[in-house]
Design a protein around this ligand. Structure first.
Ligand code: MRU
Length: 358
């Protein structure tokens, strides 16, 4: 077990299977509060409001949600059960558009129904539960492998910059972009992490700094607009970021500000890696222009997280939650299968060709 493998379990089933239990990530770092959710509307809102967030974590959460809700349709005829299931999956899927893991996990749950046309709703329930647990277990294994591959690039004395939160709270355990930091720390590799605060929702300050500090990793929190100075000072040797959806040419969407950070890193000769499970690669997406970027409530810029508003009431705001980083800025894509190098159109295609052979 990793030292950061905290007592905090961000997403799980309640013991009686009657609800999904999550850490309310909007309350961290000041309050560690758990929510028990058993209604589709609550689950939709939990994703939308980022009470549960991070691409892999929302996929896991959606899978558990579908199982919990399916239990309430257990007495329906199969046709009616299927209708409830698909309508609810579409509803949950509409909560946030960018992270592909959400639709990926919902499709996996739907496949259980397709593969067993002979089973009644009651008989499907244990299979749905097993699939949701599998999605979570596989994520733990993938994050562990990603962390190993990422850690292989880290050396004593290195500085690494990261953006947003792609740690255990955003996955099931370990994390993706932040996973290597825990392994390095555990193995006595002396690294310094710079965490961007990540305006406007402050996932870097509230979650990444919280997780890394708790694990004893040397972390320094900076405002997003300080990354350039930190790189100019020569304190950063590498940039590790997460991913919400990767296109087949290596363009990838991640938290707003990632592309700016990658451009800065390019300027200062700092290699940029994105770390993600292969479930975050959207095989139907040829390039970043096809990725839908979520736009969020302007109040997140104007007033949220402030004691009083920090912008004139009603001022026009533009609040995209993600941006797309061009593949040309990437030194590598780190998945559970290893490190893909440019040209990514070829290395990503080879990744899936190998998978098909297995
Ligand atoms: O809006 P969020 O907080 O869900 O955005 C999260 C990110 O951008 C993460 O970097 C990404 O989901 C990868 S999490 C392993």
């Amino acid at each position: 077990m990793l030292k950061n493998d905290m007592d905090i379990v961000n997403v799980r089933l309640r013991e009686d299977d009657g609800a999904v239990v999550i850490v309310d990530q909007t309350r961290l770092p000041n309050r560690l509060e758990y929510l028990e959710l058993d209604q589709a509307e609550q689950m939709y809102q939990a994703i939308k409001k980022l009470q549960v967030r991070g691409a892999p974590a929302i996929g896991i959460f959606a899978a558990f949600s579908m199982y919990v809700l399916s239990r309430s349709w257990r007495d329906c005829l199969r046709q009616e059960f299927l209708r409830h299931f698909h309508e609810t999956a579409d509803y949950l899927n509409s909560s946030r558009p960018t992270a592909v893991n959400l639709s990926w996990a919902l499709k996996r749950m739907g496949r259980v129904l397709e593969e067993h046309p002979e089973l009644s709703p009651e008989q499907l329930l244990p299979l749905l539960k097993r699939e949701a647990l599998r999605i979570q277990e596989e994520d733990i294994a993938m994050c562990r492998a990603i962390s190993e591959h990422g850690c292989s690039l880290l050396r004593d004395g290195m500085g690494v910059i990261t953006h947003c939160n792609a740690g255990p709270l955003a996955t099931s355990r370990y994390g993706t972009a932040q996973g290597p930091f825990y392994l390095a720390h555990e193995r006595g590799v002396d690294i310094r992490v710079f965490a961007d605060e990540t305006r406007p929702l402050l996932q870097g300050a509230r979650l990444t700094a919280f997780e890394l500090q708790r694990a004893g990793v040397d972390v320094t929190l900076i405002c997003d607009n300080m990354a350039s100075l930190v790189m100019k000072n020569g304190w950063v040797d590498m940039c590790f970021v997460g991913c919400d959806r990767m296109a087949m040419n290596g363009d990838f969407a991640n938290k707003i500000g990632t592309s700016g950070l990658a451009i800065l890193a390019h300027h200062y000769g700092v290699p940029v890696y994105t770390l993600m499970p292969t479930s975050t690669i959207d095989r139907s997406c040829p390039d970043g222009a096809h990725i839908v970027i979520e736009e969020r409530d302007p109040e997140e810029i104007r007033s949220l997280h402030y004691c009083e508003p920090m912008a004139p009431a009603g001022v026009k705001c533009f609040n995209p939650a993600f941006d797309v980083t061009d593949h040309s800025l990437l030194a590598g894509i780190i998945t559970e299968k290893g490190i893909c190098r440019p040209p990514f159109t070829e290395s990503l295609a080879a990744l899936f060709a190998e998978e098909e052979k297995e």
